[in-house]
Design a protein around this ligand. Sequence first.
Ligand code: NAD
Length: 351
Amino acid sequence: MLSKPSTVYRPPSTVLHDCPIFIGPLADSFSQWLDSQNYSQVFIIADTHTQALCLPVFLEKTGLNPPPIVVVIEPGETQKNLATCETIWQAMLAAKLDRNALVINLGGGVIGDMGGFCAATWKRGVDFVHIPTTLLAMTDAAIGGKLGVDFQGLKNIIGVFRQPKAVFVDPDFLDTLPERELRSGFAEVIKHALIGDPALWMQLSDHYSAKAVLEASIGVKVRIVLEDPHEKGLRMLLNFGHTIGHAIESYFLETDNPLTHGEAIAIGMICELDASERRDTVAAFINNIFPQRQIPESAFTAIWHLMQQDKKNASGKVRMALPDVLPYSMKVLEPTQEVVVASLRRYNGFE
Ligand code: NAD
């Protein structure tokens, strides 16, 4: 028996294919869920921040007994690579992790994407759950089964699709999240509002409460993934802001002053709206929330080259997916280098 049962059982808030998503206190869901399974071992992947700030909360709320094996890695996007996967796989080897083990990814999107990838490939796949601890991971990265790591400076270029066994979203973890990371997650909330939920969009303001928007934001992601699990069509819409944003993120990752994922996506959304000739209040709203970051003219060509590696591209053409007029409707643009460079230049001049 690996867990201490709790007294209250909270049913999942929503179910994505076979994956229940629980929103609410961990104590009401995780222990009960674990008791209904039959895992041989529990193996937690955390980074040094979530080890210090979230692991004690997790252990206290769940009373997991015996204590799980924990592997801890350095935090941040620069760690999201195959070298860190090797560290994780080595820890799995040392723990003699068998096929009936459960892997818990306790952290933000970096831990979720990479820990999930390590679990999905360990002995051809062991079960894993996500316990997201950032706003970005709660509303986006933990939902939908995309896993992977960066490679040769390219974002998420190696990876697999595999659904977690469950996702446990406990808003209490947001209490220790630094303001910059909270804002970063807000970029994906804005994206979800723009692509699918006009009511959520109306609710957003720069004095938002992250906890109040969790459920609606997750709802948009779930609806799109349900419709298109393997990104053959509509799921591309979740990439709004990411074609230019990922390239900007990759570019700044190599500098002394990297952007967070959400900061890069915010700039990406502004530039993609601009490239589609939508220079309206939406872009101004986003620009108001996120700090302006000048993109050096000397970076424009590198950013264009990075965009050419985007996974959505087809027949050698760069493709961007943007929200169309109706919720859950999409238009796909194939911008030229000139259009992208002009949008980056206008972003730099944005007041
Ligand atoms: P992250 O995982 O690097 O977390 C940001 C920082 O917050 C880290 O320093 C982390 O240690 C710290 N942290 C995490 N939880 C904390 C807490 N509760 N209190 C204090 N500090 C905490 O980054 P992120 O923004 O969560 O995720 C970004 C990643 O997610 C990117 O790699 C991106 O590609 C990926 N992503 C994946 C998907 C997907 O569908 N799989 C979707 C969107 C983004």
